[in-house]
Ligand binder design. Structure first.
Ligand code: AMP
Length: 283
């Protein structure tokens, strides 16, 4: 497996692959890999001749009081895991390679980025769309892979790709969970054993909400109240948001109908966790 530390090295690697007529799949990550990341890599492996994974903790998507400095990093371990999932090359640039002194250009998607995680993390999606645009220009992949775990992120990126005519197909992959239902996340590493138990409240609340809707509840406020109650019953939890929204527009729903997104962000101690589920409500 190749380690590509610079943009120039990626361009050379990609030019050689293109010269041979090979297709390229890109898996953007912030590293500290787990099975969620690896399921994206395996999907890319199946659908492309060459798989490139980027590993870059992107400073522009973190707020000033967020966890950029302490975000977990382990490039050696990541290289082994990536190679095991069929990744051909890892692009792991330094911050100064991506954002040299005087860097001044940002990509901003309007409309989908002001709600949910965008409301609690101002500037977050601007950082995401900026770095993903850069990665698309550097790698020029045929396909790029994103997790459903970050539902809003995938939606925002699809919108950006349409609006800016990036010639790349965006593929989303279902959320990978622990046996008890907790969504895998690099940030789960921050949790104490007790917090790990409380973290399960996200999955339990989503299940509860889904069950209520399947049983016929159509009033979003009632579903939200039940989910709130489930979460706050667990120690050290604090709800950032619970959204019951149209899955395409992210507009909040009062009455539950159509493709519905249940999404939530919950603080467990000092760790902010997110999870979501999408339901098709036909009546
Ligand atoms: P991150 O390193 O957290 O920025 O995530 C990199 C990519 O992996 C994003 O597209 C995430 O949505 C995806 N991802 C993270 N966790 C999971 C998971 N549990 N299941 C599926 N995809 C995931």
């Amino acid at each position: 497996m190749e380690l590509l530390p610079t943009i120039a090295a990626v361009r050379n690697y990609v030019a050689a692959a293109r010269h041979r007529g090979l297709t390229i799949g890109l898996v953007p990550t912030m590293g500290y890999l787990h099975e969620g990341h690896l399921s994206l890599a395996r999907a890319a492996r199946q659908q492309n001749d060459v798989v490139i994974m980027s590993i870059f903790v992107n400073p522009t998507q973190f707020g000033p009081n967020e966890d950029f400095a302490r975000y977990p990093r382990d490039l050696e371990r990541d290289r082994e895991l990536a190679a095991g999932a069929g990744v051909d090359a890892v692009f792991a640039p330094a911050v100064a390679e991506m954002y040299p002194a005087g860097y001044a250009t940002y990509v901003h998607v309007e409309g989908l980025t002001e709600v949910l995680c965008g409301a609690s993390r101002p500037g977050h999606f601007r950082g995401v769309t900026t770095v993903v645009s850069k990665l698309f220009n550097i790698v020029q992949p045929d396909r790029a892979y994103f997790g459903q775990k970050d539902y809003q992120q995938a939606l925002v990126i699809k919108k950006m790709v349409r609006d800016l005519n990036f010639p790349v197909e965006i593929i989303t992959i279902p959320t990978v969970r622990e046996a008890d239902g907790l969504a895998l996340s690099s940030r789960n590493k921050y949790l104490t054993p007790e917090q790990r138990r409380s973290a399960l409240s996200l999955h339990r609340a989503l299940n509860l909400g889904s069950e209520l809707i399947k049983a016929g509840e159509r009033e979003a406020a009632a579903v939200r109240r039940a989910m709130e109650k489930e979460i706050t019953a667990w120690p050290e939890t604090r709800i950032d948001y619970i959204a019951i929204s149209d899955a395409g527009t992210l507009k909040p729903l009062e009455r539950i109908a159509g493709r519905v997104l249940l999404a939530l962000a919950v603080w467990v101690g000092n760790t902010r966790l997110i999870d979501n589920v999408v339901l098709e409500v036909s009546d």
